[in-house]
Design a protein around this ligand. Structure first.
Ligand code: ATP
Length: 210
């Protein structure tokens, strides 16, 4: 079973890394692929360039062989639709292996506005990682989706390649966001201890987010 964590990673921080590692270990994944987006669909574009975000991810993932960097979206022009990425991954990995798309509750709250969400559920499971300050899900269509596809045991994910939704609360709650890190730097404060030192070194070298 493979995990997939997509994001802007502008910059990558311990909230991403810790929850990826929690899912890797807690769900017995063989690997978590970190996939930085190229052109955002539902949010402002990243401040750092694709090359700079890649450099930060590479710095963060040194010596961590189970968390891997997958740059396919950066190599594709146009908007980065998860559906396209997951279709390409499926074509490579075959139809049998369970794939788990890992996402925070904030991302899940908008899931039904994504491009072809119901088709995405035919390609992968969703693992919704709770995040500090999460608000409860009030959207009725999303509640119905959870009702239909939700499961409470992670072992269920192994029994099918796709189609289930697990709300996963075992991940360490770290109230860290890329927005907070960018704001700290813009205000002249250090974001140290919110992200790996090696990532901070890239930010300082590239003079990012000032
Ligand atoms: P921004 O503040 O710029 O919106 P972010 O910190 O939310 O960025 P993204 O790169 O947009 O980071 O997030 C990628 C994925 O990681 C999303 O599914 C998001 O919900 C999840 N994520 C981000 N931070 C955390 C965290 N602290 N704990 C759990 N999941 C997180």
């Amino acid at each position: 079973m493979i995990g997939i964590l997509g994001g802007t990673f502008d910059p990558i921080h311990f909230g991403h890394l810790r929850s990826a590692l929690n899912c890797l270990q807690g769900l017995s994944l063989t690997e978590v692929r970190m996939i930085p987006l190229n052109v955002a669909v539902h949010r402002p574009q990243p401040q750092a360039s694709a090359a700079q975000r890649m450099r930060m991810l590479q710095a963060a993932l040194v010596n961590q062989t189970d968390l891997t960097l997958d740059s396919r979206e950066l190599q594709r022009s146009g908007e980065s639709f998860s559906y396209d990425t997951l279709t390409a991954l499926r074509a490579e990995l075959g139809t049998d292996i369970p794939l788990c798309l890992l996402l925070g509750t904030d991302a899940f709250a908008n899931f039904l506005t994504w491009h072809r969400p119901y088709d995405i559920l035919e390609l992968v499971h969703l693992v919704v990682m709770t995040r500090p300050n999460d608000t409860s899900i009030t959207n009725s269509a999303l509640s119905a989706l959870l009702q239909k596809h939700g499961c409470s045991e992670h072992t269920v994910l192994n029994t099918a390649p796709a189609g289930r939704i697990l709300r996963y609360s075992q991940a360490t709650q770290l109230a860290i966001s890329s927005t907070q890190i960018r704001q700290l730097i813009a205000q002249g404060f250090s974001p140290r201890y919110l992200l790996p030192d090696a990532v901070l070194a890239v930010i300082e070298y590239e003079q990012l987010y000032r």
